[in-house]
Design a protein around this ligand. Structure first.
Ligand code: UD1
Length: 419
């Protein structure tokens, strides 16, 4: 298994081009199931998760052609509508094939995804949205067996709380339903807007994406399209925070700075300088102390849970005490013991972590526990004295394209080692 080995203590300096968003790409890929026409994604990240979803789509008979930054998907004939456990359990986003399969073929059998390291992560909201649209849903031996005789029907759906996945899933199903669907208390993440834009380019009729009320007028048929995946705000935020943590100056290219409106003021409060122009953001910190900043995660446009661990890595080196509160997932502090192995002083109590900043972190052997947490360990390793080894790198490979190359180009002493 690969590990990342980092020799800390060198400031970062250079440019990093941000890839297409993993979380968007996964839902956009699923959209290919809604049409028998050729479908193409550009600005496509090459990640373990996207390759993996490609395999699941092939399992349904989709022709998948992978190019550099480009992915062609053609679901001309669907030869299967079953998503087996082995293919769903490795990645939760696979569950989102259920709605489109149901919408197009009126039946599907998809394994329940199960829990994951950051919490139970149920799919009750996904299922109740599909039921509201007339789907008949049975659970059998860990599988959701769904059918919709005569097709799905538009419905008014009010989510009891905000879920990105359930909002996207409902949109993916409602585009081919008969009549109008209204989603209330919908998630407002940029990935939702990206999905709506892509579906509209295929001929769907969605309005209000990015607001709490999304209206979808069902259409008979969708066509193909070529669509560019939105830049990854979480990757951009990760490198911005890494620069603020380690010190130096990094310009982020191909970034949508407006998608990180909650992050920039917090980075500035922590003592780094942020300068934006149309397509790029320059983050700098040159020898000034990191200042403590409290933060809590919220649904968009609030501070993203997917940047919580990276923010914490920065706070570990702050000149004072900060409190980080995790409101989205119930168990998203697994990076704390790993950061503590590097000398961080963190106390977790329920949904809050109290971080008492220390002057230096020390390199250690640590283990990546989940995708975003892994990135926090890499940033901590670059800021620490001596050598840090981050194990279980497959977590990083799920969602960060060539992280060691991108950081290495900015002067980080970082390499991948196969064991
Ligand atoms: C997506 C992102 C993930 C991000 C999260 C929150 C992808 C592939 N993943 O995950 O990176 O951290 O949004 O921004 O896009 N919940 C239920 N029942 C449901 C659905 C969700 O209880 O049916 C709960 C979850 O357990 C969680 C909360 O709702 O506590 C929010 O989850 P959700 O927004 O659905 O996250 P995902 O779509 O899974």
């Amino acid at each position: 298994m690969d590990k990342i080995v980092i020799e800390g203590g060198t400031p970062l300096s250079g440019q990093i081009s941000i890839s297409g968003a993993k979380n968007s790409a996964l839902k956009l890929m699923v959209a290919c199931l809604l049409t028998d026409a050729p479908f193409e994604l550009t600005n496509m990240p090459n990640l373990r998760d996207t390759r993996f979803l490609g395999q699941l789509l092939e399992n349904f008979g989709v022709q998948v052609n992978d190019g550099v930054g480009r992915l062609s998907l053609h679901a001309k004939n669907l030869t299967s509508t079953t998503a087996p456990y082995d293919l769903v359990r490795k990645m939760r986003a696979s569950f989102n094939v259920l709605g489109p399969l149901l919408a197009r073929t009126h039946k599907a059998k998809v394994s329940l995804p199960g829990g994951c390291a950051i919490g139970a992560r149920p799919v009750d909201l996904h299922l109740s949205a599909l039921k509201s649209m007339g789907a008949n849903i049975e659970l059998d031996e860990g599988y959701v067996i769904a059918s919709a005789k005569g097709g799905l029907r538009g419905a008014e759906i009010t989510f009891p709380f905000i879920s990105v996945g359930a909002t996207e899933h409902a949109m993916l199903a409602a585009v081919l339903a008969k009549g109008e669907t209204v989603l209330n208390n919908a998630a407002r993440e940029p990935e939702i807007v990206d999905l709506a834009n892509c579906l509209n380019a295929m001929g769907a009729n969605i309005s209000g994406a990015g607001r709490s009320e999304v209206i979808i007028e069902g259409v008979e048929k969708l066509g193909g399209t070529s669509y560019a995946v939105v830049p990854d705000r979480i990757e951009a935020g990760t490198y911005a925070l890494a620069t603020a943590t380690v010190g130096g100056a990094v310009r982020l290219l191909n970034v949508r700075s407006d998608h990180l409106g909650s992050l920039w003021p917090l980075i500035a409060q922590a003592g780094a300088k942020v300068t934006m122009d149309e397509n790029s953001v320059l983050v700098e910190r040159h020898g000034t102390p990191i200042l403590p900043v409290d933060v809590e995660t919220q649904a968009y446009p609030g501070f993203p849970t997917d940047l919580q661990a990276q923010f914490m890595a920065m706070m570990c080196l702050a000149d004072g005490v900060s409190i980080i509160r995790e409101n989205i997932f119930e168990n998203r502090f697994m990076h704390c013991p790993e950061l503590s192995r590097m000398g961080a002083n963190i106390t977790v109590s329920g949904r809050e972590a109290i971080i008492r900043g220390v002057p230096t972190l020390k390199g250690a052997q640590v283990m990546a526990t989940d995708l975003r947490a892994s990135a926090s360990l890499v940033a901590a390793g670059m800021a620490a004295e001596d050598i840090t080894e981050v194990g279980r790198v497959y977590h990083l490979d799920r969602g960060f394209e060539q992280i060691e190359v991108k950081l290495g180009n900015c002067g980080a002493r970082i390499k991948r080692v196969s064991e």
